[in-house]
Design a binder for this molecule. Structure first.
Ligand code: PBG
Length: 327
């Protein structure tokens, strides 16, 4: 028998058939929209991330309202404090920029939006590192765990639904879980940046959030992109420590890691499509090299297809708007 002609093309003949046969969907409710809250007042544009802005704490509830209108169900808050110190103490201040934003969003929107907070120190430390630096410049694991736990508890106290540790300290999930539980926040979930790779794709974010390390780099704590084994060990460790959602970061160049985590572990898997992924598409689109919206939609579907059920992405608003418009 000759190989039947058009065998694989039968279900591609029309839009209806293609829709019927599809196995990958993207919905606005899969997306988490990052929001930069800038204590010193916000700015209309972020040069390295076209189309995005830093929001003043005054405007954050209104911004959340626009996000909610698009059908997105979660925001991820990043704070840009007006002062930094060696301990990153503004990160756990009761009236800190993120803590205030959490309260304002909750007051305006109740449970309509899940409020996630980035739990880290790098925007708050004068070293720009995600942990506490010791005398010799090394990032001290245990001192950092204590600081991160304080940040998480302060965010929970302000009303966060989910805290999202991104510092890549060993044991951060168990330390934060224990601190939350003993402070009476047993119902606050942890979405850990479980396999956060040491990546050059973060450059626009460091510019947007002014958190570039002032010495050295983050390679003593973030996962080398040359080791898929280390990525899986990180995910396994977080699950053992009681994480609720694991996250792989970046996303696009790490689809294999997302797929492997999905295959191996029975927990929700999130992917963080980071600033550099966004900037590459925007830059090429601005030069007319690609259709930015179409490329973004394709990338987000690829991340879903790889196995991520939750996607943190700077494309959240435009992708949700496009989904509304039936694109
Ligand atoms: C810092 C942090 C970074 C990102 C999120 N949290 C930067 C870094 O680790 O250097 C990057 C996010 C992005 O690039 O979009 N803890």
């Amino acid at each position: 028998m000759p190989f039947p002609a058009k065998r694989l093309r039968r279900l591609r003949r029309s839009e209806s058939l293609r829709e019927l046969a599809r196995d990958t969907r993207l919905d606005a409710s899969d997306l988490v929209c990052p929001v930069f809250v800038d204590e010193s007042g916000g700015s209309p544009g972020i040069e390295s991330m076209p189309g995005l802005s830093r929001v003043s704490p005054r405007d954050v509830a209104a911004e959340a309202g626009e996000i909610r209108e698009l059908g997105i169900r979660a925001v991820m808050l990043f704070g840009i404090p007006s002062s930094k110190d060696s301990a990153g103490s503004a990160a756990h201040a009761g009236d800190g920029v993120v803590q205030r934003a959490i309260r304002d969003i909750r007051a305006a929107h109740g449970d309509a939006l899940a409020i996630m907070a980035d739990t880290c120190l790098c925007q708050y430390t004068d070293t720009g590192h995600c942990g506490i630096a010791g005398g010799g410049g090394e990032i001290e694991n245990d001192a950092s765990l204590a600081a991160l736990s304080r940040v998480a508890v302060s965010q929970a106290r302000a009303g966060a639904d989910v805290v999202s540790p991104s510092a890549m300290m060993d044991g951060q999930v168990s330390a934060i879980r224990a601190a939350l539980d003993s402070a009476g926040h047993g119902d606050v979930a942890i979405m850990s940046h479980s396999a956060k790779h040491a990546s050059s794709f973060y450059a626009p974010f460091r510019d947007a959030a002014s958190c570039a390390p002032q010495f050295g780099d983050r390679r003593t704590y973030q996962v080398p992109y040359t080791s898929s084994r280390a990525a899986m060990q990180e995910v396994a460790a977080d699950i053992e420590e009681g994480v609720d959602i694991v996250m792989i970061k970046p996303a696009l160049a790490y689809l294999d890691v997302i797929a492997e985590a999905r295959r191996r572990f029975d927990v929700p898997v999130a992917a963080y499509s980071v600033s550099g992924e966004y900037a590459l598409v925007k830059a090429a689109a601005e030069r007319g090299m690609v259709d930015g919206g179409a490329v973004a939609t394709e990338i987000l579907h690829a991340i879903r297809r790889a196995g991520a059920g939750i996607i943190v992405t700077y494309f959240a608003r435009e992708a949700a708007a496009a989904l509304r418009g039936g694109k």
